[in-house]
Design a protein around this ligand. Structure first.
Ligand SMILES: [Zn+2]
Length: 180
């Protein structure tokens, strides 16, 4: 299905956000369509049919019975926070014109500044990589503005102190573990 466009435009109201992503089922459906735009694909055997293990939120391949987490191998596995927190982070990061600090983001999400920093930078990475047609290439329309400026807790990321992306074409470092 061609519906892997994420509607995190600026100006999306909280009510609109809730309509789109307010339930776990909706969030999982969106993530599923990002991860498997043409439908489920078993990472082990390539099977295309699955069932859901409701109690654990896992997808089980109907062919080889391997159970796969929806978020394994995606940026959402970068922290232990829930999809709800990730989506709320995307909301907050896209609604602010000048960007928000990881301290402020952490405060709004109820997570530590370190976790907020990770979330923010993982999302920035996705934005940077989307031209390269990577996994999770949904159009997460984050504002470029928030990429710059943050210096405390830095070090990682794009290398340069200011962290301003030089151009959309500058290729970010490839991540080692990325399932195809
Ligand atoms: Zn399988």
């Amino acid at each position: 299905m061609a519906r892997n466009t994420v509607q995190f435009q600026k100006g999306l109201s909280e009510a609109g956000f809730d309509d789109l992503y307010g339930s776990e089922a909706k969030r999982r459906a969106v993530v599923t369509s990002w991860r498997w735009p043409t439908g489920f694909l078993c990472p082990v055997c390539g099977g295309t049919t699955h069932s859901e293990v409701k109690t654990r939120g896992l997808l089980q391949c109907s062919a080889c019975r391997r159970q796969t987490s929806l978020t394994a191998g995606t940026i959402f596995a970068a922290t232990k926070v829930t999809l709800r927190t990730w989506f709320r982070a995307m909301y907050h990061l896209t609604q602010s014109k000048q960007g928000i600090s990881s301290i402020e983001l952490g405060r709004r999400l109820g997570v530590t500044q370190t976790t907020a920093w990770t979330i923010k930078h993982k999302l920035a990475q996705v934005m940077m990589e989307r031209d390269a047609d990577k996994q999770l290439n949904g159009r997460i329309e984050l504002d470029d503005a928030y990429l710059g400026g943050e210096r405390s807790g830095g070090k990682r990321g794009r290398g340069a102190a200011g962290k301003t992306p030089s151009s959309p074409r500058s290729k970010p470092r490839q991540k080692a573990s990325r399932c195809a």
